[in-house]
Each structure stands twice: as structure tokens, then as C-alpha cells.
Design a protein around this ligand. Structure first.
Ligand SMILES: [Zn+2]
Length: 163
């Protein structure tokens, strides 16, 4: 059974490697069943994103989705996500992370990003994301680089959020 690891679990600190067509998920013969489980786990935990390395898998994919989003209104797992362009305009807004229970902190990120990713069927897709959806994608992508959101804020802001 998959579960969300809490910081500083070792996979949260690692850089993930690309997902290839030959890859499979340990314990699953069926990718569809895995996707259902991962999305269900994210929803149970009330997240809008969940990166593979948060459940111990250091491959480049994450679950994303929220009814308020434009592109990922329906929950999906996306593979080999990338940011190909980001706006100079930044926004500062509150983020939480399923690997840091009960910590919410304001993080500054580019307001909009243009992204590329692959669907489960192996199709390459492009999208332009704004605001919370953009923020969520960037947060999850950071995970795949081993960057957790405590590394995106000043020490002082982090201490205040933990106070
Ligand atoms: Zn997170």
C-alpha cells in the first residue's frame, strides 16, 4: 500500500529520473490501478498535488488536480513534467505540503508558467497555467528535483510558520 512520507524522508531529498515506457511501479502489474490508488491517496489527504517521491518513488511524475483548476480540473497523473517558460511576474501565496503536516507558508513563485508533460497514454501536452494551478505545478516539480518548499522561503519565514 502506498503512503505519503514525511520530511525528511530520504526520497524527498533526491532528484528523480525520467519515466520511460519500460518503467513499472513495484507492487503493481497495472498502471491504471496504481494511478487510481495514487489519486485516491492524494484526495484522502486533501491535497491538490502529490509527487512520486512523496510516496517513495524517485521517478518524474506527479498527481495533480482540483476543481478550481483550468487544465487539471480532473485529477490526473502526469509524466515527465517540465516548465518551459515562466512569467517574470511573481506572486506570493500560501502553500501547504502533504509531507509537512500542518505547516502553511507563503512562497514566492512565477505567476504563470508554460508547461509540457506526457499523458499516461504517452502523448505530449502543453498548457499555460496561472495562479494556484501554476503554483501547484511548480511545487510538485520542485519535489522531483528534491526541493521541498522549506527551501524556497527565508529561515525567518519558515520559523514563523512553524511557530
Ligand atoms: Zn509538497
Amino acid at each position: 500500500m502506498i503512503k505519503v512520507y514525511q520530511y525528511p524522508h530520504e526520497t524527498l531529498l533526491q532528484t528523480s529520473t525520467p519515466w520511460t515506457a519500460d518503467d513499472s511501479i513495484e507492487g503493481y502489474d497495472d498502471l491504471e490501478r496504481f494511478e487510481t490508488d495514487m489519486i485516491r491517496l492524494m484526495l484522502d489527504e486533501k491535497g491538490m498535488g502529490l509527487a512520486a517521491n512523496q510516496i517513495g518513488i524517485t521517478k518524474r511524475f506527479f498527481a495533480i488536480g482540483h476543481e478550481s483548476f483550468d487544465t487539471f480540473q480532473k485529477h490526473a497523473i502526469i509524466w515527465n513534467p517540465q516548465v518551459i517558460n515562466s512569467s517574470e511576474e511573481k506572486v506570493i501565496d500560501v502553500e501547504g505540503c502533504l509531507s509537512f503536516k500542518d505547516i502553511f507558508v507563503k512562497v514566492e513563485r512565477p505567476k504563470t508558467v508554460e508547461v509540457q508533460y506526457e499523458t499516461t497514454q504517452g502523448k505530449t501536452r502543453f498548457a499555460k497555467l496561472d495562479w494556484m494551478e501554476s503554483k501547484c505545478f511548480q511545487h510538485e516539480l520542485d519535489h522531483l528535483e528534491g526541493i521541498t518548499f522549506n527551501k524556497r522561503v527565508s529561515k525567518l519565514r519558515w520559523q514563523m510558520a512553524n511557530g
